[in-house]
Ligand binder design. Sequence first.
Ligand SMILES: Nc1ncnc2c1ncn2[C@@H]1O[C@H](COP(=O)(O)OP(=O)(O)OP(=O)(O)O)[C@@H](O)[C@H]1O
Length: 273
Amino acid sequence: MSTMSQARTGSDVLLDVRGVRKVYDGRGRSVEAVRDLTFAVDRGELVCVVGPSGAGKTTLLRCIAGLLAPTGGQVVLEGTPVAGPPPGMAVVFQEYGRSLFPWMTVRGNVELPLKQKGLPRARRRELVDSALAAVGLADVHQAHPWQLSGGMQQRVAIARAVAYEPHILLMDEPFAAVDAQTRADLEDLVRSLWQRLGVTILFVTHDIDEAVYLGQRVLVLSSSPTVVLDDVRIDLPAERDQLGTRSSSRFAELRAHVFGQIQRAKDEPRFQP
Ligand SMILES: Nc1ncnc2c1ncn2[C@@H]1O[C@H](COP(=O)(O)OP(=O)(O)OP(=O)(O)O)[C@@H](O)[C@H]1O
């Protein structure tokens, strides 16, 4: 079912994570959060990363986003080593409440990174309008984030990321704080944006069902100190729907496989695939 991740050298590799290690040092205590992570993501792929709580998923994502320097190894994006937040990357975090500016309108929030990018006003307007329409929020552009539900605020954060026209979109447990129905809607939104825009997505979650439902591949991380335990190809049809896909026998098989890997990783911290 699975093929372990190997460094790929094809010209279609967009993101290459090579032997990344991260040790947090502080007051006489050091924590090896990530031991050795190697995997590649091709241009246009939707890859999910799943692992037990504390496995180092956020640490990995922060290293990829250039927000944290790895202790060892390297992250290479479009052939260039990442040494700070790279252009062409957008990140959607779990805490939408903290990632949006409450004193700015929805439009202002989505437009801000485009101003920082130096885009002219007409182009900014075009990108903001189309991103808000894509996430179903065209009619609330004048509202402030605090006037919206949690799910709508997360849509604003997604619109802001999409308007930026990133080559790669990183998502760190973006739907962990919304209710189940909203979460299902947002999952479908991510798949439809991915299919329509062709953007590469790396989606981090601790939810196995979400990872299998969304991804073309699921990378399974071990417990901390973290390695990639498995790289599972999700051979479900490209057209997915919450009811049909989740009740298919193949979905159940893939889910059981990923679940089994994570259980083994938790039971045997030094488990090797
Ligand atoms: N700033 C820090 N200083 C010291 N240790 C840290 C720091 N940040 C994270 N860690 C440790 O690194 C390990 C991985 O944490 P991380 O938050 O990356 O995991 P995670 O998989 O995202 O967890 P969760 O699923 O619970 O959000 C944990 O043992 C955590 O305690």
